[in-house]
Design a protein around this ligand. Structure first.
Ligand code: HAM
Length: 428
């Protein structure tokens, strides 16, 4: 019978990879907490309308990439393609505005987009997402990007660049839209059918087009950053000045529009040149107006998301992770020794020592072979003879030495040897 495989573009994260994920998540949690962010967990399925209204009907995400389906009653639902919309919905629904500790929120979890899978681009992928509500001050825009930089620095990631831009506000964007429409009209014959349509529905989205010809034409399009109003320009100047004070390096990228409609003013991306076409490790921006548009209070918002797979791919190119392996193997020889070994293993585990044991009554030779393959540091050996003397043979696999210890002294001795690692990693 043919075995069942995972869905294309959806990956298992296997035990030999999990150390990377845990390190990234732990670093994120620590850093986000120190900046005042608290965790929120929202459902992976929401009403389709939430994403259509926030990300935008004519974005690639909503038009082409959503896992959308009717439920049993015919209501249209979707697997979340990103976290911002869900967090904003939860913020409004639970009136978190009233909770002084819930103005900054973060979430870690899987998102779903039906894109063509390739390296760094998957159909289920994980994001670390941070959102802050109620603050319009450019100080926060700079702080958010500074925090993102610190996070990547803490993980030891090098060679990524922060790109920033301002998309202006509704008003300045209206003027720009007219300019862009005019430009697209002049070049309409050369645009792909999608962009010909976008020039009417949402001209800014032509910048997301993946067709090379369209990209070449758009290289000469008017630049939004050059048409933003005075207030937006001042805001952007302030953001840059705070970034300078925080010594957070950036490049201004006036052509970066981001693929979601809710942004205004500050937008940013962390870019790499080491993942082929998938060059964005993370991105975000300001979205004043989104809360109001989703039926909530008229509060400003800003946030970002990091793609965990892309981040980990980059980390793996630069660093190597020590494989975790159990430290102790308890090997038994004979039926009565087996039970004593079983109890000893439980005692060691309860002290936080990673311990493996044979459950199958294998020969001593094959148990030793397994201990070797697992890469353990100590093997404890007990046969009927040791049991009758109340002793254990303790073999140090690294130094190739063997000592005899009284049974009751084994646990305290190993606890002493591994003391530092137990306190470092917590009791596991
Ligand atoms: P986004 O730019 O669509 O923004 O996604 C953020 C990051 O998620 C990307 O930079 C990338 O690393 C990762 N990503 C996106 N799609 C995929 C995929 N198919 N496979 C692997 N990784 C992927 C947002 O999602 C916004 N919600 C960010 C935000 C938060 N803006 C304000 N607050």
């Amino acid at each position: 019978m043919q075995s069942i495989q995972a869905i294309r573009g959806m990956n298992d994260i296997l035990p030999d990879q999990i150390g990377w994920w845990q390190r990234v998540e732990q670093t994120a949690r620590e850093l986000l907490s120190s900046f005042g962010y608290r965790e929120i967990r929202t459902p992976v399925i929401e009403k389709l309308d939430l994403f259509a209204r926030s990300i935008g009907e004519s974005t690639d995400i909503v038009e082409k990439e959503m896992y959308a389906f009717p439920d049993r009653k015919g209501e249209m639902l979707a697997l979340r393609p990103e976290a911002t919309a869900s967090i904003v919905r939860a913020f409004i629904q639970h009136n978190l505005q009233a909770d002084p500790l819930a103005k900054k929120l973060y979430a870690i979890g899987p998102m779903f987009r039906h894109e063509r899978p390739q390296k760094g681009r998957y159909r289920q992928f994980y994001q670390i997402d941070a959102e802050a509500f109620g603050i319009d001050d450019p100080m926060l825009d700079a702080e958010v990007m500074h925090m993102l930089r610190l996070f990547l620095e803490r993980l030891g990631l090098t060679g990524v660049v922060l790109h920033i831009n301002s998309l202006g506000c509704q008003e300045c964007r209206q003027d720009y839209r007219d300019l862009l429409k005019e430009f697209l009209e002049k070049n309409v014959a050369e645009l792909c059918p999608d962009c010909q349509r976008r020039r009417h529905t949402n001209p800014l989205r032509t910048f997301d087009c993946k067709v090379e010809r369209c990209q070449a034409i758009l290289a000469d399009a008017p630049v939004l950053l050059h048409s933003i109003c005075g207030a937006c320009a001042d805001h952007f100047e302030s953001v840059k000045s705070y970034l300078d004070q925080l010594k957070t390096a950036y490049v201004i990228n006036p052509r970066m529009v981001r693929g979601l409609d809710y942004y205004m003013r500050t937008t940013f991306e962390v870019i790499t040149d080491r993942l082929g076409a998938q060059n964005a490790v993370g991105g975000g921006g300001r979205y004043n107006g989104l809360l109001r548009d989703l039926g909530g209070p008229d509060l400003p918002g800003i946030g970002f998301a990091i793609g965990m797979e892309r981040l980990i791919l980059l980390l793996q190119q630069e660093q190597s992770e020590a494989q975790r392996c159990p430290k102790i193997f308890v090997a038994s020889l004979g039926a009565s020794a087996r039970d004593t070994c079983f109890l000893l293993a439980q005692q060691l585990r309860s002290l936080g020592l990673e311990t493996e044991i044979d459950y199958e009554g294998a020969s001593l030779k094959s148990q030793m072979r397994r201990a070797d393959r697992l890469g353990v540091r100590h093997v404890l050996i007990m046969g009927d003879e040791e049991i009758s003397r109340g002793e254990v043979q303790c073999r140090d696999m690294m130094n190739k030495t063997q000592t005899v210890l009284p049974l009751e002294a084994v646990a305290p001795r190993l606890q002493e040897i591994y003391k530092e690692e137990i306190t470092e990693n917590g009791s596991r």
